[in-house]
Ligand binder design. Structure first.
Ligand SMILES: [Zn+2]
Ligand SMILES: [Zn+2]
Length: 407
């Protein structure tokens, strides 16, 4: 192959003004999970005339899967591969405080997780790769998913066959990373994002007069004991070299200072990085809450709702992604992260089906930079060409040689 070091950067520069415009438009018009109707229409419009096979209306309506058939040598052979690239489209119920001239125009809605940037980078990759099918020795499947923020849109997309026809053998996703400067890329091999499960507890007591606690069973005292007892689950029941989090984020009970209420409600989240630890923590939480309440003469209803599973980056795919990023941006800008995040991500559903990697791209233009979900966060325009180039190179190289050469 001829030297193509400038091929992708030059092709991306030609698209960049339009991509920046798209991102600013998306940022100004954020839509919540499963309501990404205008976003989905914009994506469809931008995918027109690129020669892609498009499936729309997926994942409850707004999901889109677009297929690009390569024309490189061997693209039509039996051994030709297919690779999935994912971008998420939904925004958050947050009041924006960036002061940007393209800030949200929708009260209480904001692209505070940078999914405007993710959608734009995936669109950019579709546009650029579609102009260079001769570089692709197989097929690229672009997955625009709704509802990453709690709705599990990725699960619907996978269940509806996004990775099946053509059969993908690898998947990659990019996410903005505010603790790293623009131009940098990072991957955590192995478990990268935690399983995030919902915890709901109702502590039942017996209501009564605040001056006669002996005639009541005080669920407020029981709830306090429950919170205290739960601190022992991670510290005493999980192997100290493993990780888990049990956080109670909401507690509701009582109305008056002299009344013992009937019940108290607690809500929280459980985060773990391995399936066996996940099951163990669930069991320990349930047992601890139920028996703490029984000991005080009350009882508890404990519901643990399974959220997203652990995002596990395949080791070969991680090495491949790191090596590909080093080739594009230089080793000094590419980082192997030593630790996972306890945040959740529904790209986990893609990685349960095929090996791949969840890759972080730096968005910080100053330090400290506002974190994800912060009202002052913005996905930086400077990260767009970085992400598009990475997507293009991952697709090109994976279809040419698989993960193999980077091992
Ligand atoms: Zn988020
Ligand atoms: Zn996100």
């Amino acid at each position: 192959m001829p030297d193509t070091a400038r091929l992708w950067p030059d092709a991306i520069q030609a698209e960049l003004p339009k991509l920046v415009e798209i991102r600013h438009h998306l940022h100004a018009h954020p839509e919540l999970a499963f309501q990404e109707f205008e976003t989905s229409k914009l994506v469809l419009r931008e995918l027109q005339n690129l020669g892609l096979e498009i499936r729309s209306g997926m994942a409850k309506g707004t999901g889109i899967v677009a297929v690009l058939r390569g024309k490189g040598p061997g693209a039509n052979s039996r051994e030709a591969k297919a690779v999935a690239l994912r971008g998420d489209m939904d925004a958050l119920p947050i009041v924006e405080e960036t002061g940007l001239n393209y800030a949200s125009t929708v009260p209480g809605r904001m692209h505070a997780c940078g999914h405007d940037g993710h959608t734009t980078m995936l669109l950019g990759a579709a546009k650029v790769l579609a102009r260079h099918p001769e570089r692709l020795n197989g097929t690229v499947v672009f997955c625009f998913q709704p509802a990453e923020e709690g709705g599990g849109g990725g699960r619907y997309l996978v269940e509806e066959g996004a990775l099946d026809n053509p059969a993908c053998s690898a998947a990659f996703a990019l996410h903005g990373f505010p603790s790293m400067p623009v131009g940098h890329v990072a991957v955590r091999p192995g478990p990268a994002q935690a399983a995030s499960d919902g915890l709901h507890i109702v502590v039942h007591g017996v209501g009564g007069h605040g001056a006669a606690p002996h005639l009541a069973v005080d669920p407020i005292v029981l709830a306090a004991r429950v919170i205290e007892a739960l601190q022992g689950v991670v510290s005493r029941e999980v192997n100290p070299v493993e990780s888990a989090v049990v956080t109670i984020g909401a507690i509701h009970g009582g109305e008056a200072s002299n009344v013992i209420p009937q019940s108290v409600e607690l809500r929280g989240t459980i985060r773990t990085l391995k399936d066996d630890i996940r099951r163990k923590v669930h069991e320990a939480v349930k047992r601890t809450v139920e028996h703490t309440c029984l000991a005080g003469g009350g009882r508890a209803d404990v519901t643990i709702r399974d959220g997203y599973p652990v995002v596990v980056n395949d080791l070969a795919a991680s090495a491949f992604a790191l090596d590909t990023a080093r080739g594009a941006f230089g080793a000094e800008r590419v980082h192997e992260l030593p630790l996972p995040s306890m945040g959740g991500e529904d790209f986990a559903y893609f990685l349960r089906k095929v090996p791949g990697a969840f890759i972080r791209v730096g968005v910080a233009t100053r330090q400290p930079y506002p974190g994800l979900h912060h009202p002052a966060f913005d996905f930086s325009d400077g990260a767009i060409p970085v992400g598009v180039e990475l997507f293009c190179r991952l697709a090109e190289r994976y279809l040419a040689e698989g993960f193999g050469a980077a091992d």
